[in-house]
Design a protein around this ligand. Structure first.
Ligand code: ATP
Ligand code: MG
Length: 422
């Protein structure tokens, strides 16, 4: 055994896992494009400042979870801990605000957070991310929620729970924060250390504290939705009206928050059953103040990020089946050194003709090669031996029926192509 191991909290995604990944990616992409989203790829690293500003210095991500390093030019860079900041940076930098609005974008790829690894929580994970930039309309929030719900439904998920809240805007959030801080005054010495700190730095986050001793205090805390300004109340009412109209169930969750001022109005998560404590398969919401916080033009935005590892955990827990990776159509076996050039040539010819072909390497007995052909799941095996070559033919065995035919080498590719065409 080598002493090299993958870094703590990372995964090797082996070939046998890939059918899940391929299926999830293809499905999510198809539905996103059907809803008018276009793909945007952003760098895996960005300037550290972008995330400090875009996510907020008071957050767990920025305070504890970023992979930050200095490059040889002495620039502080950070491996992306989420997509939104980079997507909004790209929107501003590339002048996408002058395109017809809204701009609908999807992105997918690795995300890095220094976290305590456990099932469903890794230091490198993969997100599928959707953003709508340049739309105020609660129908945009709805579209994001419906699309992510449709992605899960199409994967065959059951028992999903939509958790929804509104966290107001700079006009009404400070008023609620004052009420919340006031309420917490009475419990100062009962809350956990983290919450003591949160009350000063990022008060809304006390609501999603997981510490035992804070639970009864959270349960009786005032609800933000009862303190929204007219605009936020109207926006939230309309979103809920649409959800009701479409008969999409959700649960109002007063504890669901995002800490910072540029996260505005809608917040939501989707929780899945059967995968233990890390049950959130996506998190999303509105961030009408973010573009300005990044020195861009005022641009409302709403989006969602889904963790693909957790989606795949759910698929396995719920027994969702995925199509297997395709097996080779043809296995080329070859007996005797003299047949080798013909085998190499036939393999190339078959592949050029678009037929998935596997060539047996090394000189081995026919029996061992047939065993391999079976194991690889080939539909046909072509056997080239010196006898066959002398006659200008190949022996072709149908691996399902066991039937064998002799086919002219000159016609073999067409013969197979005809029988294996999808
Ligand atoms: P959590 O509360 O589980 O830490 P979060 O609020 O940090 O989640 P978001 O920033 O909203 O999560 O990320 C969106 C989604 O990405 C999550 O719903 C989850 O599915 C996935 N995710 C987040 N962090 C991880 C991680 N460390 N490992 C695997 N998946 C993750
Ligand atoms: Mg987290």
């Amino acid at each position: 055994m080598s002493h090299f191991q993958r870094p703590t909290g990372t995964l090797d995604i082996l070939p046998e896992e890939q059918p899940y990944w391929r299926h999830v990616r293809a499905h999510a992409t198809r539905l996103a494009e059907r809803a008018g989203f276009e793909r945007l790829d952003v760098p895996v690293f960005e300037s550290t400042d972008l995330f400090a500003r875009g996510i907020g210095t008071g957050t767990d991500i920025v305070e504890k979870e970023m992979y930050t390093f200095c490059d040889k030019g002495d620039n502080s860079l950070t491996l992306r801990p989420e997509f939104t900041a980079g997507v909004v940076r790209a929107y501003i930098e590339n002048g996408m605000h002058v395109r017809p609005q809204p701009v609908k974008l999807y992105s997918t790829g690795p995300i890095f957070r220094y976290e305590r690894p456990q099932a469903g929580r890794y230091r490198q994970h993969t997100q599928f991310n959707l953003e709508i930039l340049g739309a105020q309309d609660p129908a945009a929030d709805l579209e994001i929620m419906l699309l992510i719900a449709d992605i899960y439904a199409g994967l065959g998920f059951e028992n999903l729970s939509f958790q929804l809240n509104s966290t107001g805007c700079p006009a009404c959030k400070p008023g609620y924060v004052a009420i919340l801080q006031d309420y917490y005054q009475h419990y100062r010495d009962q809350v956990c250390d983290d919450c003591q700190r949160r009350l000063e730095q990022n008060p809304l986050r006390v609501l999603d504290c997981k510490a035992e001793q804070c639970q009864p205090i959270i349960a009786n805390a005032p609800h933000i939705v009862e303190h929204l300004c007219d605009e936020c109340r109207g926006h939230f009412a309309l979103l809920r009206e649409y959800l009701d109209l479409l008969k999409r169930p959700y649960k109002l969750n007063h504890r669901l928050v995002r800490g910072l001022d540029y996260y505005t109005k809608t917040v939501f998560e989707v929780w899945a059953g059967g995968i233990g404590a890390q049950s959130a398969v996506c998190g999303g919401g509105r961030y009408d103040g973010l573009a300005q916080a990044l020195d861009g033009p005022p641009t409302p935005g709403v989006g969602v990020a889904a963790g693909l590892e957790r989606i795949i955990l759910v698929m396995k827990a719920q027994g969702v089946k995925v199509p297997p990776l395709p097996a080779p159509a043809v296995f080329v076996a070859c007996v005797g050194e003299k047949a080798r050039p013909a085998a190499v040539q036939l393999t190339d010819e078959l592949r050029q003709a678009g037929v998935a072909t596997w060539l047996a390497f090394e000189q081995r007995g026919l029996r061992s090669q047939m065993r391999e052909a079976n194991k690889r799941g080939a539909s046909y095996t072509v056997i080239l031996g010196e006898d066959e070559l002398a006659r200008g033919v190949g022996a072709v065995r149908n691996m399902h029926s066991g039937e064998q035919a002799t086919v002219d080498l000159a016609e073999l590719t067409a013969w197979i192509q005809h029988r294996t065409a999808a």
